[in-house]
Design a protein around this ligand. Structure first.
Ligand code: HEM
Length: 133
């Protein structure tokens, strides 16, 4: 489980990012497609961005559950990794999305990002990875 300290650090980073950056959707997908341009073609049908928005908001909800009660997140993430294989998204790309999110959060936090937040996120990412690969 996520420690209370890590949970507080991750929640704080998300709050700061929201205060500074508002909606992180554009930042997350810009970063994803900069790093993996070939993935952009997967969203050609998503002309209004609704799928990308929904996907990211479900990812944030899953992160909050994963660092909290873990009522569903680990099973859901694991199931989505399998569903995404059906979309031809490799598990490494799937899990990497959480890292892309963390990098967008870090950038949005700017000066208020701390090394402790970075460590808490690394620990979270490795916890999630265990349910994907
Ligand atoms: C680079 C990584 C990823 C790629 C390329 C990707 C790609 C896609 C694509 C193409 C769709 C649309 C599928 C369709 O309707 O035909 C989709 C939907 C979705 N993805 Fe991902 N995905 C990624 C990571 C994730 C992750 C990490 C999660 C959650 C753990 C997730 C959750 C979802 C959900 C919930 C939907 C449905 C959204 C809706 O209701 O419209 N995806 N994804």
């Amino acid at each position: 489980m996520t420690s209370p300290e890590d949970r507080a650090l991750i929640e704080r980073s998300l709050e700061i990012a929201a205060e500074h950056g508002g909606d992180l959707t554009a930042a997350v997908y810009a970063r994803l497609f900069r790093e993996r341009p070939e993935l952009e073609a997967m969203f050609v049908m998503d002309t209004d961005g609704a799928v990308r928005g929904e996907m990211l908001s479900r990812v944030f909800a899953a992160i909050l559950d994963f660092i909290g009660d873990r009522a569903y997140a680990q099973n859901w993430i694991s199931a989505e990794a399998t569903t995404h294989e059906g979309y031809l998204v490799p598990r490494e790309d799937f899990v990497r999305f959480f890292q892309t999110v963390s990098e967008a959060v870090r950038d949005a936090c700017g000066e208020q990002w701390t090394p402790e937040m970075g460590r808490a996120w690394i620990s979270l990412l490795s916890g999630i990875r265990a349910y994907v690969v």
